[in-house]
Design a protein around this ligand. Structure first.
Ligand code: PNS
Length: 159
């Protein structure tokens, strides 16, 4: 059984994230999307909301499970008996940060592996931060997030 953990903040889950989950679902028997707790002090969505939204977006994929985790990623990878962690790389600018994380994690836990996948070009400039900024400033962000997430963001902004 090949299980991969896809960790992230997912605040919010974007089309780029969903793109990666769907690619991973073809390559692995099980994909655990893992929402990291305590990454940002003022998130738009709570951890529970993020888990629920991601689960809704991936409801048609039987091999995808959504969890949250606290603490080190290497510990979550071990706890869930995953063969690797999955990260997306969009542009060269992502690479330095990802390389640093991958090396640090491997140094913390020998045998730890990171698998990198690229989203399709249309999703390569989409990030949670930019989506939040466009949405907050009243721009049209519907092309960058799943419909469930779009509705949830609008609901948040109405409050
Ligand atoms: O979507 P993000 O914010 O780029 O995800 C970053 C995340 C959550 C994958 C990373 O910060 C992480 O793994 N956090 C858990 C704590 C940890 O293991 N830190 C050491 C990694 S070098």
């Amino acid at each position: 059984m090949k299980r991969v953990i896809y960790p992230g903040s997912f605040d919010p889950f974007t089309n780029g994230h969903e793109d990666l989950v769907r690619r991973a679902a073809v390559l692995f028997d099980e994909v655990l999307v893992a929402v990291a707790v305590n990454q940002e002090k003022t998130p738009m969505f709570t951890i529970e909301e993020r888990v629920r939204l991601i689960a809704e977006c991936c409801a048609d994929l039987k091999q995808v499970r959504v969890i949250s985790f606290q603490g080190l990623l290497v510990d979550a990878v071990r706890e869930y008996d995953a063969g690797a962690a999955l990260r997306g790389v969009r542009a060269f600018s992502d690479f330095e940060y990802e390389l640093q994380m991958a090396f640090m994690n491997r140094s913390l836990q020998p045998g730890y592996e990171t698998v990198f996948l690229m989203p399709k070009v249309e999703n390569s400039f989409v990030s949670s931060r930019v989506v939040k900024e466009v949405a907050t400033l009243g721009g049209d962000f519907s092309a960058y997030v799943p419909e469930t997430v779009r509705r949830a963001i609008l609901e948040k902004l109405r409050k």
